[in-house]
Write a protein that binds this ligand. Sequence first.
Ligand SMILES: Nc1ncnc2c1ncn2[C@@H]1O[C@H](COP(=O)(O)OP(=O)(O)OP(=O)(O)O)[C@@H](O)[C@H]1O
Length: 325
Amino acid sequence: MDAITTNSLSRRFGDVNAVESLDLTVQTGEIYGFLGPNGAGKSTTINMLLGFTPPSTGSGTVLGSDLEHESVAVRQSIGVLPEDFGVYGRLTARKHVRFAIETKGANDDPDDLLARVELADVADRTAGGFSTGMKQRLALAMALAGSPDLLILDEPSSGLDPNGAREMRAIIREENERGTTVFFSSHVMEQVEAICDRVGIMRDGRLIAEDAIDSLKDRFDADSRLVVTLDTVADDIVPTLETMNGVTDVNVDGNDVSVVVADASRKAPVIEAVGASGVTIEDIRIDDSSLEDLFATLTTGERPTSRHAEENAANTTQLIREADQ
Ligand SMILES: Nc1ncnc2c1ncn2[C@@H]1O[C@H](COP(=O)(O)OP(=O)(O)OP(=O)(O)O)[C@@H](O)[C@H]1O
């Protein structure tokens, strides 16, 4: 049995097709990253999986239960970290987790779950005063109650500092090793690339690509970037490289010449051409296309150049900064 299946699942809000004809299969035991830019339809999909938002058309199952007509059974059997988790301000962290355990009919020790998310020290504090990251950790502890077979996490690293994000990844891996299927949405590519078996990429309500990350990179013929550090950068190096077959972009930053090649086999001729210009090569670094570049390619329709990749990296940094605040 697959953990999640959807069949032409669609949801309209007025004129907006938030999700359109979504056919999704999440296999039991995998970590599936559900990607897409803001407004792509990720949360609407998750809300339909959880029975919070009824589909306009289409159907689906979660752990074998119908998402529309058996949503209580669905929510009972899975662990959920919702997008906007609201705490009960006057209840302690322990009471939150105890409530989740009771709801699931489980017998976990609340303090064990709080320890897993590094909140053991604040178990007796009321959650109203928790920071965004602490609330996110508390939500994760609640999602883990009852050792669910499926975790559905909406932007799990949102609000977490880099340490928190790393711990979140470690918990996801541990749960997965225990046999839990994990479905999580994100627009922070680094999170996804680090832990997912497969990813699905949404754009404007549609699933535009779905595969293992390496297969996606191969399929979309992802770029490779080569950074060559020289003792001096000759004036004619950029025009020489730009006219070479397979070179899509050249940039100079100090003594670094960054060259993007559309096909990995074009790297060697680039290095030869640089060497033949009479300068000394001090270092060579190869940066194969990251998921960030691939994401930009698929979700903006543009083929990313180095500049785009830098902007994407800056966006990621900005997201992480925002998450830290
Ligand atoms: N309750 C609603 N009423 C009206 N429009 C909605 C509603 N919920 C979602 N939408 C619209 O549906 C589209 C998809 O939104 P959704 O929240 O699913 O995207 P998302 O991929 O989760 O985005 P984000 O990464 O920003 O959370 C957007 O255009 C959004 O404005």
